[in-house]
Design a protein around this ligand. Sequence first.
Ligand SMILES: [Zn+2]
Ligand SMILES: [Zn+2]
Length: 246
Amino acid sequence: MSDVEIKFLGRGDAFGRGGRLQSCVLVRYSRGQFLIDCGASALIGMNRYGVDPNDINMIFISHLHGGHCGGIPFLLIASQLLYKRMEPLLIAGPPGMKEWIFQAMEIFFPGSSRVNRKFPLEIIEFKERYTEVLRNVATTPYPNLHHGDSSFSLRIECDGKVIAYSSDTEWTEALCDAAAAADMFIAEAYFYDKKIKGHMDYLTLIHNYPDTRAKRLMLIHMSSEMLATPEKIECEYAEDGLTVKI
Ligand SMILES: [Zn+2]
Ligand SMILES: [Zn+2]
């Protein structure tokens, strides 16, 4: 079984706290590379950490918040104009993904959604708990407790390894399905113990984590309060640029 490599191109929240880039995780497996989320700073992360956007063949989006998908318009336009992409790109995300992409492109760069693209773009919209198998990667979205409709955690299986990604959510039993016996559970820990609607605090996560039976936990999406007290964190947490193998 070959290793799967995970590179954190951005592990911050939407607001740049601690100077961290927005949510964007690169996964390298035997058939290529894909992104989990693509925050507005995704291209900065790729440039900073030596990732060629043309090597990415799929993007999986957890929910339609700019800190998680705002990089798509920039990536599509850069792929066309700057990187001269020819290879197909597949984007899979929540219901409304297709409309969101074209609206965002029109807002940021009017007319850009209608240009004759030189690379095929396929957009797939997830259905809750339905597994999409795309280029040997099986992705299953589970419902999150977050703001707005259609916000998912993702269970992603490739090369015999399982990556679970909580994205933004309060603790929900669905995370036990998403992260069941996962090789790596990438989870948000927004605050240490403060409970706010739509997000998860560290103590709640640590309390419930054993129920998932996941093998490894990696924290992301931390607030200034969490970033200021690393001595209180007793598990791994990602920095921008961190690369791990599972
Ligand atoms: Zn977020
Ligand atoms: Zn969000």
